[in-house]
Ligand binder design. Structure first.
Ligand code: NAP
Length: 505
């Protein structure tokens, strides 16, 4: 089972011990990053393993390898020697591991390590990309008891595929293999799948403790959200792709449901600069199903061997799953939206109601097709009026630009107003997509945005007495349909409220 290692990057040893205490139950071991310590503290490292009370890696990382140490090789070897000196017979008082880079050839250090029962991690770091990992790893396994470590920074998801392939090619050998940066963070969650000895984590919540490397996860997030300790080589992989993939609540939703339903699966974000790279990765690591988000909801259609009627009608797909012959797709934004709105309004349909939809992008397409199915009348307003017209004409609806000339029409279509543009999303929380419209108080207003929970647009509506709904409930309900599609089983409805509370919390 891959271990969770916490990188300690505090300026002092006492700060590092404090951090350890706080996170002890989420981790199996720690890495003391001596290069982050204040120079005066570096001479006190020898007693740290005993104080820490768990296995500790001794590391003094150079700048060229992504660390902070700049004082030359002599000084670095001296610090490493100090850490390994005075071997204790009780090996818990010694460093359990020492990280020695592939080009650091100091036989005295290796001998000191072996005398203290300290296992050598023989590492290489490549921040420029992913090349020849298998050959380089093979070059590192010089003496049987060493752990080879490859830490590389993929520049794209195509390069991340090479990390997985290298891990499969070296299956069964003791190694640490990981991808740094945003394209590599999935390898940190799937360390066990890769056969990696450990995954490195950093504290991402304390401002005085910097993360040791880009893309590292917080150990608490890894354990509580991604259920790292339950992931095995057999765990089914699901995920989310898009670009840029900003903070998404979907991993929390899915991983919580997997936990609740005791399903051996994990849901991982995979930001991808192009869709093809995600599909290659999916084939390589056998991703069973995925959520598709901006900007790939249309492009994915050309990769589907089968799709639902809604997907074909709307030209947008947000959910795919793999069967033996290829990818199939559905769109769950549709039912997620309508179920949320009907639940909120206590209605069975939208008959006799006049609605305005702001925006004419992918989400608006799902919204408008549901308004049509539920027999509502609709006015579509968009910054680019041509897109509004194209969408409206497919359903015989009215359309217009988002400017003051449409205010009279909008007042006539104001039973329900649905805001589908991203304007007002965190961190641009003060932006308002259509401040020319003044709410009267009778309107029901829905904003598909869920972060922040009350957008500037909703706050204006709420201030004059409108009933308002954000996009959180829709997000959970569309995930419910994704879950049903992935697993062919019902979603526990009682979880909807619980998930909403968890995400709000
Ligand atoms: P999209 O396809 O990129 O469409 C964006 C729409 O917003 C377009 O109509 C665009 O107008 C308009 N827009 C963008 N920037 C604007 C600005 N500065 N001023 C005025 N209009 C602007 O995106 P999408 O897939 O429809 O997603 C839209 C939003 O819905 C996102 O915030 C997304 O997170 C949210 N969403 C939420 C859920 C949920 O479950 N709650 C589900 C799906 C989507 P132009 O045509 O003029 O460019």
């Amino acid at each position: 089972m891959a271990k969770i290692c916490l990188c300690l990057t505090g300026r002092t040893l006492s700060r590092n011990l404090e951090t350890l205490e706080k996170y002890r139950r989420y981790i199996d071991m720690a890495e003391l990053r001596v290069d982050y310590l204040h120079p005066n503290e570096r001479f006190l490292i020898r007693r740290f393993p005993e104080q820490a009370g768990l296995p500790v890696i001794l590391t003094v990382r150079r700048k060229i390898d992504g660390g902070l140490f700049e004082n030359g090789e002599g000084a670095r070897v001296h610090l490493l020697s100090m850490g390994l000196a005075f071997a204790e017979t009780d090996t818990r008082r010694n460093f359990a591991y020492v990280d020695l880079e592939e080009d650091l050839e100091v036989p005295g250090l290796e001998e000191a390590a072996r005398t203290s029962g300290t296992r050598i991690i023989r590492s290489f770091h490549d921040l420029s990309g992913v090349t020849n990992i298998v050959q380089r790893l093979k070059g590192l396994w010089r003496i049987g008891d060493e752990i080879a470590k490859a830490a590389v920074k993929p520049q794209s998801l195509e390069e991340t595929v090479k990390i997985y392939e290298a891990a499969y090619d070296t299956r069964g050998r003791d190694k640490i293999i990981l991808g740094m940066g945003s394209f590599g963070s999935n390898t940190r969650i799937l360390a066990e799948h890769l056969g990696s000895y450990l995954t490195y984590t950093s504290i991402l919540t304390d401002t005085d403790i910097p993360p040791a490397a880009a893309g590292q996860m917080d150990p608490r997030d890894l354990v509580e959200n991604f259920r790292f300790r339950e992931i095995t080589g057999q765990t089914s992989i699901y995920g989310l792709t898009g670009f840029p993939l900003k903070t998404s609540y979907s991993p929390r939703i899915f991983n919580s449901v997997f936990n609740h339903e005791k399903i051996d699966a994990v849901y991982v974000p995979f930001p991808a600069q192009n869709l093809e790279s995600f599909l290659n990765l999916a084939r390589t690591i056998k991703i069973n199903g995925a959520s598709i988000t901006i900007p790939y909801k249309e492009e994915i259609l050309s990769y589907l061997r089968d799709s639902s009627e809604t997907v074909r009608d709307m030209g947008a797909c947000n959910t795919i799953k793999f069967d033996t012959l290829g990818w199939q797709g559905i769109n769950t934004d549709t039912l997620g939206f309508s179920e949320s709105l009907l639940y909120f309004t206590g209605r069975k349909n939208l008959r006799s109601l006049k609605l305005t939809v702001l925006g004419a992008g992918g989400a608006a397409r799902a919204v408008v097709s549901e308004i049509h199915r539920l027999k509502g009348k609709c006015l579509i307003l968009n910054r680019n009026a041509v897109r509004a017209r194209d969408l409206a004409m497919a359903y015989g609806y009215k359309w217009g630009n988002m400017d003051s000339q449409v205010l009279d029409s909008m007042e006539r279509y104001s039973d329900i107003i649905i805001q589908t543009t991203p304007v007002g999303t965190f961190p641009q929380v003060h932006d308002d997509p259509f401040d020319a419209y003044h709410f009267k108080g009778h309107e029901t207003v829905m904003d598909l945005i869920y972060n922040p929970p009350v957008t500037a647009f909703l706050a204006r509506a709420q201030a004059v007495g409108c009933r308002v709904l954000n996009g959180m409930d829709m997000l959970i309900r569309q995930a419910k349909y994704q879950y049903q599609y992935f697993f062919n089983r019902d979603f526990p409805d009682q979880l909807i409220t619980r998930l909403a509370e968890m995400l709000r919390g």
